[in-house]
Design a protein around this ligand. Structure first.
Ligand code: ADP
Ligand code: MG
Length: 368
């Protein structure tokens, strides 16, 4: 992989009225990949995209597009298209003029025959040809979002910046448009940076993911890489469905001892373990925790705090002295609220984190 990355962000810093939003953010998006920026509200996703587009002034850091330093370049010269959740359509224009808008701007000035051709093709791709003469004010949310994407796509930019483009849509529309975005990506070899707070949406669309929180990228990689070695507690809490289970634990005489639990896990199961400042957290993907009836031999005991029926399966919340966790179980497990249950952490199934810093201190990958 010697190709120049499409987008490189280095050490981005941005504060709004003295309050930091980006705190030294580094990010690389490769040519022709879909990269999802996954993080909660306030994490800094929009600020990151606005930085890449040149729409906010940075306090520090560098932005490069296809190897060119564009930190000081004006937005128009960057050849990126940004799509916001709020659609950014022009209400006074109809659908076809909204899509054509950028092509008629001074930096493009395509002739009208070419404009009509490209607008028509893009509309077909997004299945909005039948809407071309409508006022945008009369469109549904899903239709508006298609028009907004068409408007960005028609320019054939080197890169798309998509800021929660599907968040306002209902589940079915979201899934449909997500599939279409992947299809467009395949056909046009485009690079996309896709910001979202939706874990399922991120892993469904992306080649790689960056977990963002507190204005920095906590970890980036493929979802498999992140699962295999989550960098810190923040990542564990933002990844998975349900997210990582955490237990208060201590290291004692070569073993990891979970608070209030029966199991003593030999430290060797975790690979090399760095020094912790004191308390540790044992993190386990819920899929790896074995759940059973109460009082199973060699297992620890918990209480079923909540049961969510999901039709063909159940999500349970288990309270234990060391922490509570959520897990999906089959309907054949007849748990009801208030029941006691047993849980076991299988050999090599966990990660150790320093409780104070949140950083992972064990080096063994999850067996997957
Ligand atoms: P996200 O898109 O992940 O929700 P943002 O980049 O929008 O994150 O915001 C990051 C932080 O910066 C938040 O705390 C937000 O309140 C703050 N922020 C964003 N834009 C502004 C603004 N224009 N003025 C003041 N604070 C802002
Ligand atoms: Mg945002």
């Amino acid at each position: 992989m010697s190709a120049v990355p499409m987008l490189t962000l280095e050490g981005l810093r941005k504060a709004y009225r003295g309050k930091p939003a980006l705190r030294g953010l580094d990010l690389t998006v490769n040519d022709n990949e879909i990269f999802a920026l996954l993080g909660p509200t306030g994490a800094g996703k929009s600020s990151t995209l606005l930085s890449a587009a040149g729409l906010i002034e940075l306090d520090a850091g560098r932005v490069s597009l296809a190897g060119r330093d564009v930190t000081e370049a004006d937005p128009a010269s960057r050849d990126v298209a940004i799509v916001f959740e709020g659609f950014n359509l022009l209400p006074v224009l109809d659908v076809k003029d909204n899509i054509a808008f950028a092509l008629r701007s001074p930096s493009f000035r395509e002739d009208e025959k070419e404009v009509a051709l490209r607008v028509g093709r893009t509309a077909e791709l997004l299945r909005i040809s039948h809407l071309m003469d409508r006022d945008v004010g009369t469109l549904s949310g899903g239709e508006k979002q298609r028009v907004a994407i068409a408007r960005a796509l028609v320019r054939r930019p080197v890169m798309f910046l998509l800021d929660e483009p599907l968040s306002a849509l209902d589940l079915k529309l979201r899934e449909g448009l997500r599939a279409e975005l992947r299809q467009i990506h395949r056909q046009h070899q485009s690079t996309m940076l896709y910001a979202t707070h939706d874990y399922h949406g991120a892993i469904a669309i992306a080649d790689r993911i960056g977990i963002i929180d507190g204005g920095i990228i906590q970890q980036s990689g493929t979802i498999e890489e992140i699962y295999a070695l989550p960098a810190n507690v923040v990542v564990g809490k933002l990844i998975g469905s349900p997210s990582m289970a955490f237990f208060d634990a201590a290291i004692d005489d070569g073993h990891v001892v979970v608070k209030g639990a029966e199991q003593r896990l030999p430290i060797g199961e975790f690979g090399t373990v760095g020094t912790a400042s004191g308390k540790v957290l044992l993190g386990v993907w819920p899929e790896d925790i074995e759940i059973g009836v109460a009082d199973a031999a060699g297992a620890s005991t918990g209480t079923i705090y909540a049961v969510d029926n999901r039709g063909f399966e159940r999500a349970i919340q288990v309270d234990t002295p060391g922490g509570s966790f959520r897990k999906v179980v089959p309907l054949s497990m007849p748990f009801t609220q208030g029941d006691a249950c047993s849980f076991r952490i299988p050999q090599g199934g966990g990660f150790l984190f320093d409780a104070a810093s949140g950083r992972r201190i064990s080096q063994m990958e999850a067996r997957g």
